[in-house]
Design a protein around this ligand. Structure first.
Ligand SMILES: CC(C)(COP(=O)(O)OP(=O)(O)OC[C@H]1O[C@@H](n2cnc3c(N)ncnc32)[C@H](O)[C@@H]1OP(=O)(O)O)[C@@H](O)C(=O)NCCC(=O)NCCS
Length: 400
């Protein structure tokens, strides 16, 4: 009996989705005692996206996921495992992965969620990679999707300015030929367990009118401690993953970091003695989208021409837990496929099935109701425009 050849893992597909509505720093200035200047100088964030009432983590994840499958040139049923990383699932059960599976029309895959907060996508990537090398799956869809704006306290200026909504995804595929060297590093430091957390709704403090009255269903964070952990751990985790691939930081062409705060990314660059142009940054436009942050940034980096075949990439993330994770990989896919995959899936064509007896609950936080009611950026409101003669045409003087 001959042993099966070891399987290698390739990243074959990537996709992203961001809701259309934008929440700017000027909007936040009207909600809490803050300023655009403070937010930009402390975080680098200028705006973030807000999901509309009909959107959920599953619906956004399904759009990004289907785009990644199309980019990979695969059929939906070629996917035999779906891993969704999210800290804002549609429900506690079923898994968001199960809903994504149905929404994209897949009938073949196993599907489950991973919970590692903002490091979730990297943990999902590691899980998918292990399934492939272990021979348990051939094509895995890994989705990071978050709808954080429904879990924020819009009276807490230290948290509500940071986060936004969106989804990103990759497809990892088995290949029989050897892959270039790669490395994965994951860490968890439970000392930080209560530095970023959502107190109520779990078995320790089930949701009740009391927990809601105390605001325990919203995200809480100790910003300074989280900042310290992030700057300390991101560089060391990234270096460890790179070392497993046989590289030093100088070999890395592009680092795709978790987009939490530009100052954290700058501190990591300084710690690694690398220039900022080795880091992809889009935190200014999305804020922190937790598990969606790295795959959104990856898709934007590739589709904007920042990544070429042969480039050495490192993804690095950190989050509640405290968790951190990094992936080092050499890019092998054709970057030109990304825009095609993105254009081939329209969000309006994807629906997540609702239970038939669902009494609708308005999911929108009152503080965001006005934001979500206004016309979308780039959308021209024509509802008050009555076709007819211009006023000057109705006066005799104007007729020549
Ligand atoms: C949240 C964060 C931006 C705050 O920046 P900071 O420089 O650490 O600010 P501090 O928390 O020390 O607060 C400084 C002052 O600004 C105030 N402040 C906090 N948020 C503010 C806001 N949005 N606007 C204006 N002032 C604000 C504080 O109340 C404090 O005022 P005080 O000195 O009178 O008490 C920063 O700690 C951070 O980015 N932490 C990491 C967060 C993160 O990445 N979380 C996600 C992990 S995945």
């Amino acid at each position: 009996m001959t042993a099966a050849p070891p399987r290698s893992v390739r990243l074959t597909g990537w996709g992203r989705y961001a809701p259309a509505q934008v929440l700017t720093n000027a909007d936040l200035e009207r909600m809490v005692d803050t300023s655009d200047e403070w937010i930009v100088s402390r975080t680098g964030i200028r705006e973030r996206r807000v999901a509309a009432a009909h959107e959920t983590s599953a619906s956004m994840g399904a759009v990004a996921g289907l785009r990644a499958i199309r980019t990979a040139g695969l059929e939906v049923n070629d996917i035999d495992l779906i891993v969704v990383a999210t800290l804002t699932p549609d429900y506690w059960m079923p898994s968001t992965a199960a809903l994504v599976k149905e929404a994209i029309g897949n009938t073949t895959a196993a599907a489950f969620d991973v919970a590692a907060a903002c490091s979730g996508f990297v943990y999902g990537y590691a899980t998918a990679s292990a399934y492939i090398t272990g021979g348990l799956a051939r094509n895995v869809l890994v989705v990071g999707t978050e709808l954080l704006t429904r879990f924020l306290d819009y009276s807490d200026r230290s948290t509500c300015i940071l986060f936004g909504d969106g989804a990103g995804a990759v497809v990892l595929s088995a290949a029989e030929e050897p892959a270039p060297p790669a490395g994965i590093e994951l860490t968890t430091d439970p000392q930080g367990a209560y530095m970023i957390w959502l107190p109520a709704g779990g078995s320790k403090a089930p949701a009740s009118s009391d927990t809601v009255a105390r605001g325990q269903h919203k995200i809480r964070m100790e910003g300074r401690e989280t900042y310290r952990f992030a700057t300390r751990t991101l560089a060391s985790t990234g270096l460890a993953a790179a070392a497993k691939a046989g590289w030093t930081q100088r070999d890395v062409d592009l680092i795709i970091p978790h987009q939490a705060n530009i100052r954290i990314i700058e501190a990591v660059a300084k710690g690694l003695d690398l220039p900022m142009d080795r880091f992809f940054v889009n935190v200014d436009r999305y804020g922190n989208t937790s598990a969606a942050s790295v795959p959104i940034a990856l898709a934007e980096a590739v589709n904007s021409g920042r990544v070429r075949p042969g480039d050495k990439l490192v993804f690095i993330a950190f989050g509640a837990g405290f968790t951190s994770g990094a992936v080092a990989l050499e890019w092998t896919a054709d970057p030109a496929r990304g825009p095609l995959g993105e254009a081939s899936v329209r969000p309006e064509d994807i629906t997540v099935r609702q239970p038939v007896d669902w009494g609708s609950v308005d999911p929108i936080p009152p503080a965001l109701a006005e934001i979500l009611a206004r016309p979308l950026p780039g959308h021209m409101d024509l509802s008050n425009v009555a076709p007819g003669e211009p006023a000057h045409a109705q006066t005799a003087d104007s007729i020549r």
